[in-house]
Design a protein around this ligand. Structure first.
Ligand code: EPU
Length: 305
């Protein structure tokens, strides 16, 4: 397979995706490209399109579950899109910049407003695509524009309206985000740091941030379907904390997290998801919807302990 306009150094074959997911789960990607810039993203996308290949993008893989058999086609490893710059209150980041680095960079320039990213071990590209956030706000509210490349390799710059941010989603799914511009409020660096530390400490005391996971597994149901109860609470009330399949466990710290105790497979996690979904439905009548993104087809054969 020939990859015109993609440097050899950027290319890998049969790349193990468990290395780039926070769950530490997943088989290989047939092809992986670590693009140096937007042009290399566009070149890789055009080649993949001409070869009829599926394309996936991963940053830190913090909301991702990859099949044990891996995925065919091309995976773009976005971490190498790591540029950053600031002009007044506008901070512009490559989509592969981690949330932690973006927070530090903003603070170093007297900017704040990124409390919504604290405790999410992801990249800005992923954060924007899924409109990451929670009780401390949502990243979509800070976006000025997003630069992205489409399947034909054409560059597009999207306004927040065109991104159509919503709870745990946006209209960016079929594009590869390469750059994100955030309009941020001025903030005293010390105060901003204290606020972020408080949020982080709160998360650390209620979420299993010390173990490999993909964060919250389920979306919070709407007020109507969930009766105002969060997914974590519903899973907890259905008695699922501590349920295990293989190396995967429903966290006893926060029921919306599944953790990899060591050697968990994707099939383990999916079997556990099936069981939790069934128990919550039986106990509460609520159909939980998975938040974690699944790559590759899998049949779960493992059984619940
Ligand atoms: N709760 C339980 N049992 C549990 C966990 C939670 O009863 O095991 C109860 C809590 O006591 C609380 C309620 O459920 O009354 C909500 O819990 P929490 O404050 O932890 O918030 P959440 O809705 O579960 C959301 C985001 C998190 C984000 C937090 C804090 C979703 C699906 N999750 O969690 O995002 O960190 O707010 O901002 O929207 C993620 O998406 O990966 C994630 C961790």
């Amino acid at each position: 397979m020939n990859w015109p306009d993609v440097s050899r150094d950027s290319l890998a074959e049969r790349f193990p995706l468990s290395r780039v997911t926070t769950f530490r789960i997943g088989g290989p990607a047939r092809w992986a490209v670590s693009p140096r810039d937007g042009n290399e993203v566009a070149a890789a996308l055009r080649t993949a399109r001409d070869a009829g290949m599926a394309v996936h993008v991963v940053g830190m893989g913090s909301n991702l579950l990859v099949a044990d058999g891996g995925v065919d086609g091309l995976v773009l490893l976005a971490r190498t899109l790591s540029s950053r710059g600031v002009d007044g209150d506008l901070a512009v980041f490559g989509s592969g910049v981690s949330n932690a680095v973006a927070l530090r960079f903003a603070r170093a320039h007297g900017l704040g407003g990124l409390e919504c990213l604290v405790g999410y071990p992801g990249t800005l590209g992923g954060a924007v695509r899924m409109n990451a956030g929670g009780t401390s706000g949502y990243i979509g509210d800070r976006v000025e524009w997003v630069r992205a490349v489409d399947r034909d390799g054409a560059v597009r710059v999207l306004s927040p309206g065109e991104c159509a941010f919503r709870y745990r989603g946006s209209d960016l799914d079929h594009l590869v985000v390469t750059e994100v511009a955030l309009r941020l409020p001025l903030a005293d660096p010390e105060e901003f740091l204290l606020r972020c530390r408080e949020i982080y400490d709160r998360k650390r005391s209620s979420q299993p941030l010390h173990l490999p996971s993909a964060g919250c597994v389920w979306k919070n149901p709407s007020r109507v379907s969930g009766g105002g109860r969060s997914a974590g609470r519903l899973v907890d009330e259905a008695g699922c904390k501590g349920l295990r399949v293989g190396g995967a466990e429903v966290s006893s710290m926060h029921a919306n997290f599944m953790v990899n105790l060591g050697g968990a497979t994707c099939a383990d996690v999916l079997a556990l998801c099936d069981e939790v979904h069934r128990r919550v439905l039986d106990a509460t009548g609520v159909h939980l919807e998975r938040e974690v993104i699944l790559w590759g087809g899998v049949a779960s054969t493992a059984s619940v302990a």
